[in-house]
Write a protein that binds this ligand. Structure first.
Ligand code: SAM
Length: 239
């Protein structure tokens, strides 16, 4: 989840052009398959992270209705070991598909009740199965591995795979929960070959993906040396 404030590339370099999928995967292949590994040495934030995310989902109407899970199918992008799938998404969803390029991270999820398909590919390569519809697409601390163009294209694909209600309106929702750069520009992190974006850049990318923000909130309660973290709930724009 990167908290280093270091960055490289001079100010005229577009930070996301420095992203290397190979370098990113090489970095993550060397990381332990545990919560400490997933959270860059801050395993203690997981509890409050999951609690805040659960409240955010509840405000979107996603959770339990009369004790019953009201999300039929969700997918977690960049799931790692399934910290969020197991700690939150399976609480609200009957089935959770998982997208994660590093197979050793998802090995322990195979055959777990409620875990659906496991796709060991990057989000830039992932395509929802023909005819699949999702009530929820959760992406956290992973989209910095995609270039701006890849991210906009991925989000557009997700938007097209959201479930539609009986009234013909999009019912499903995409959530992006990510660190924010407050340096006045996006920052490239050499360590894991990812980009930490500014709020402004995220909004431009959502716009390019044809999505509008239906709800957004800052995470509170994290240690002060971490980047601020924002949750965005997104749906395709009405045409
Ligand atoms: C900081 S961890 C976060 C894992 C999980 N989202 C969580 O919050 O616990 C980043 C994850 O992104 C994955 N990742 C790296 N490149 C990716 C890509 N191109 N597409 C999707 N996930 C990627 C890594 O393998 C790693 O599991």
């Amino acid at each position: 989840m990167g908290h280093e404030m270091s960055s490289s590339g001079n100010s005229s370099t577009v930070p996301d052009s420095l992203i290397s999928a190979d370098d990113g995967r090489r970095y993550w292949s060397g990381i332990d398959a545990d919560v400490n590994g997933m959270l860059g040495g801050y395993p203690g934030v997981s509890r409050i992270d999951l609690r805040t995310s659960g409240s955010f989902l509840a405000k979107l109407g996603l959770g339990r209705t009369k004790g019953q899970k009201n999300v039929k199918r969700a997918v977690e992008g960049g799931a790692g070991i399934g910290r969020i799938t197991q700690g939150l998404l399976l609480e609200v969803a009957e089935t959770v598909d998982v997208v994660e390029p590093i197979a050793k991270f998802t090995a322990a999820l195979e055959g777990r009740p409620g875990v659906g398909r496991i796709y060991n590919v990057g989000l830039e390569e992932w395509r929802p199965e023909e005819g699949a519809t999702y009530d929820l697409v959760w992406n956290q601390w992973c989209v910095g591995h995609l270039t701006d163009l890849q991210l906009a294209a991925y989000l557009r694909r997700c938007g097209a795979a959201l479930s539609v209600g009986d009234d013909g309106k999009t019912k499903g929702v995409i959530v992006v929960k990510e660190n924010l750069s407050t340096a006045g520009r996006d920052l490239f992190d050499e360590l894991d070959s990812s980009v930490t974006r500014q709020d402004e850049t995220f909004r431009q990318i959502f716009e390019k993906a044809g999505l509008s923000i239906v709800r957004t909130e800052l995470q509170h309660g994290f240690p002060e040396d971490l980047y601020p973290v924002r949750m965005y709930a997104l749906r395709p724009k009405k045409t």
